[in-house]
Structures are given as C-alpha cells and as structure tokens.
Write a protein that binds this ligand. Structure first.
Ligand code: ZN
Length: 513
C-alpha cells in the first residue's frame, strides 16, 4: 500500500514476461482487502503498457482454479491472481500477487527470477490516468485502446465441473436426504459452492456456510485444517453430523474433507480419489498417472502400484506438477497440505475435490467412513500426521536444519527406538520433462518397514519460519488407531534425531493435521 510499491511490482512483473503489448490477460482475486484497489491499478497499467485485452472477474473476484480455467479456456497469455492463499486477510494482514502462465499454471522459477531482476533497478512505470473502472457490471468497455471484459467469475467454472462429474447422481443423493456442510470461511469459494451445491445440486439452502467473501474473511483464518476450520470439525464430530463436510481456503484451491466422526487426511483423500476417479464421467477412461509431493504419504503409491499406474514424487509446491500434467504423464496430483487436483486446470482445486468425493459417494452408495474402511482393507493404512511449529526464529530454524543435514551421512543403519534407519537424505528432484534439478527440498529419514519422517522449512507463512514435521507409518493389519497414538514411536524417533525442543524450546506443535 506504500507509494509506488504496487506499481513497481506490477511493472516488473510485466517486464519479466517480455512486456504485455498486444497480449490478453486474466485478472481476479479472492476478495481480500486491497483486491479491488490492486485490480484497478493492474487494469490501468495493462492499458498503459499496450495490452490488447484484460478479462476480469466481476467485482475483481476469481478463485485460483477458476482463474486457471479462464486463462486456458480463453486462450490468453496468462493471468494475474490476487491472493495470499490460506493466510488471513485485512488491512494489517496478508496480500499477494501471483502470475500464471498461458497453460494456467504458476510461473516457473525462470520467470519469477526474470520478474525479480527488474525490481532492483526499476525507475519507470506506465499507468493510464483514469477514474475507476466499473468492475461490478458484466460487459465490455475500453480503457484507452485496451478492451476490458468483465465476466461472471463462476459460470465458466461451473460449466467445466458439469463436464467432469455426474451431477444427476449427486443431485439424487441430496434428494434422498443426504446432508452436506461446506464451510467457505468467508472466502472465495462461497459463490462457487452456493451455485453448484445449493442451486444446481439441490442441497438445502444453508448447506454452504460463511458463503460471502469478505475483505477480512470475517476474522476467520481461511486455512482448511482441523485447527482453523474448528467450527466445521465440531459439527462433523458431533451428534447428528451431516454425511459430508468440507472447507476450502482463501483463494479456493485447498480443501479439507470430513465424514461424520471421520477426518480424512489429505494423503488418504488423494489415494481414495486415485482408486475411484474412474467412477466420475470425466475420468472414466482411467488416470494416465498420479503425482504427489515428497512429504505426502505413500498411500497413493500403493494404489498406483496395484492399478499399474506411474506414480511421481515431486518437491512441495504445485508448480512442480505442471510439467507432468502438460506432458500428459499424470492426470491426478495431490499434496498433504490440503491440495488435490487434476489436469482440468493447472492449480489445485478445492471445489473439484469436493465434487469428486460426492461423485464417488453417489456412485458407490458408500459413506465416508465406509469408503475409508474399504480402502484400508484393500491397500493398508499409511498412518500419517503433520506437526507444524510456527513462527520459529529464523536463526534457530536454520541452526536446527544445518545440524540435521550434518548428521545425515552417519544415520544409515543406526537403531533409533524400535527402528533401523534404511535411508537418510536431503531430497533432490530431477524433473523428468525439462531436466531441471531442485535441491534441498526437505530432509527425509526412512526406517526399515515403511515408516519415515520428513522435516522441512515452509515458505508460505509470513512471520519467522514454520518447521513442518511429517510422520508416516504403514500398517496392513490394524486400521482403527488414533493416528497420534499409532505414530508415537515415529514421533519419539524424530525428536531423538532432530532435537526440536533442544533447538527451539518448543515441546509441542502449534498445529496438528
Ligand atoms: Zn490457496
């Protein structure tokens, strides 16, 4: 909000993609504070920089997956998405600007580097002098020589969903009395979920809660996990819970799925979708392959092996799936951080994941707990949990990681509690499509028998460092334990190797998912 900051940022972004002269862009965001003001500036700067056309969501709104779809469907040169994802919004909270490429996916590092370079020397930006553009009225107008097209942010996305899922079957399930709760957390999925779940699929009015996007998300922290979506969790774990519960994040790309008294971990959600996606009309031919981020549990690997599909492991971050999707190697991707999606767009997609689950329930006639049980009976259960230690002083977090990296070479073969270390490394990824390498993507310690832990510093928080510890244990016999109890010896082994309490003074995580 400081003088010229946004303008310098946007000009550097435009310069980083070789200018926008003659190009068509999409713009929209999750409705958080500053979303509308930033859109006005971006439109005026696009006009002054010679863009041919900008397609904007009405009232500057677009979910991240809907923006990705518009970029692709309208054959544009890319798009600007205004959001800070699952981080809080408001005048003193977070705001962000992201550029997506013509394939609809996040700009790769080569492009973000090309945008960062000019920020260090920028001395000029171009902006059209005008009054505010009317963002509230659907239609076409001009800003100088540039066409501004304001579109319904929801309709194209809804059309796409109807090509992928069996809407009549899901509608029949709701007509039969099945209840759903979708918590939009006062963020962008409200209009999408209301249009699809209530208006088209016929779930009762009020099935979508917190359905109006607000600049400060009504004070909610729109991060769909059991901690921040506690209102939904309380209802789903209580008496008379609906058959299905879900929440999404600020910009609509993440999702959490819950059944009555049955929390579904994102890793399990990915595995169940992989095993059942062929039940949805858009995926009836089967999946080309699947991909998961490295810290995501190996539950989906077991499905892929049983079904004869290729399974790729990538670093954390949706951008790493882009090449695999564009190259036709995978159809389905997912991350333990509540992200699931397919090749229908180039972003993760919260509402898509919810519709996929509803389609699977409608096609099988099984409840969420029944689907989970059947899945574990067939594939075994990868008990899984993530422990987040938030706002750790950066120096302490760096010291912890440095000491751990230094100990990796000597870990192999060591006994730690009941475990023997099979492998310990700092994960490095070689992209099979473009041959690029991404190093230092997280430390993983794998024990004999399929248990492991992974630890990495996360880049998406905004104060200090977040240490994420990922814990996993395969069990092929007993499926009814509490994950924290089932993982107790892995948790203890991780603490023995890493020394989180010694380095940070923290004895318990801030968030457990
Ligand atoms: Zn997000």
């Amino acid at each position: 909000m400081g003088p010229h900051y946004l303008e310098n940022f946007v000009q550097s972004m435009f310069d980083g993609i070789g200018g926008v002269k003659g190009k068509t862009l999409v713009v929209g965001g999750d409705g958080r504070y500053f979303n509308d003001r930033a859109t006005q500036v971006i439109l005026r700067m696009a006009a002054a920089n010679g863009a041919a056309k900008v397609i904007a969501g009405q009232n500057a709104l677009l979910s991240t997956p809907a923006a990705s779809h518009l970029i692709r469907a309208m054959k544009t040169d890319g798009g600007v998405i205004l959001s800070a994802s699952h981080n809080p919004g408001g005048i003193d909270e977070d705001f962000g600007i992201k550029f997506n490429m013509a394939n609809g996916g996040p700009a790769p590092e080569s492009v973000t580097n090309a945008m960062f370079a000019p920020t260090k020397e920028i001395d000029t930006y171009y902006i059209w002098e005008s009054t505010d553009i009317d963002l509230g009225t659907i239609g076409t107008s001009r800003l100088g020589d540039m066409i501004v097209e304001i579109v319904d942010p929801v309709s194209a996305y809804v059309d796409l969903m109807q090509t992928l899922f069996d809407f009549p079957a899901i509608k029949a399930m709701f007509a039969g009395g099945s209840r759903i709760r979708f918590d939009s957390m006062n963020a962008i999925t409200g209009p999408y979920a209301t249009a699809i779940i209530e208006d088209l699929l016929g779930a009762p009015k009020g099935s979508v809660t917190h359905g109006t996007p607000l600049p400060d998300f009504g004070g909610m922290h729109p991060d769909p996990n059991p901690t921040w979506a506690h209102e939904l969790m309380a209802e789903m774990m209580g008496d008379n819970a609906p058959a299905f519960g879900a929440a999404s994040d600020g910009d609509g790309d993440r999702n959490m799925v819950v059944g009555p008294n049955c929390y579904v971990s994102p890793s399990d959600s990915l595995a169940i979708i992989a095993a059942n996606a062929h039940l949805a009309p858009g995926y009836a031919k089967g999946l080309k392959g699947v991909a998961r981020s490295m810290p995501t549990s190996a539950a989906v690997d077991r499905v892929a092996a049983a079904m004869g599909m290729e399974c790729y492991e990538t670093p954390t971050g949706w951008k790493f799936f882009g090449n695999l999707l564009d190259d036709g190697r995978v159809t389905l991707c997912g991350e333990e951080s509540f992200g699931t999606g397919s090749d229908h767009v180039r972003e993760k997609d919260g509402v898509w994941a919810v519709l996929m689950w509803l389609n699977i329930m409608a096609a099988t006639g099984k409840s969420v707990p029944e689907l989970m049980q059947a899945h574990w009976d067939q594939f075994g259960r990868n008990y899984y949990s993530r422990h987040d230690f938030e706002a750790i002083e950066t120096e302490k977090a760096d010291a912890l990681m440095a000491a751990l990296r230094g100990s990796l070479a000597s870990l192999k073969g060591q006994r730690i509690g009941p475990f023997t270390v099979e492998m310990a490394d700092d994960y490095s990824y070689l992209d099979p499509v473009d041959g690029s390498t991404s190093a230092q993507q997280g430390v993983r310690v794998v024990f004999e028998g399929g248990s492991r832990f992974v630890i990495r510093l996360s880049g998406t928080g905004t104060s200090g460092a977040t240490l994420r510890l990922y814990l996993e244990k395969l069990d092929t016999k007993s499926f009814d334990q509490d994950p924290q109890a089932a993982l107790a010896d892995v948790i203890a082994a991780a603490e023995q190797v890493i020394g989180i309490s010694k380095f940070t003074g923290r004895t318990a995580p801030d968030v457990i998912t």
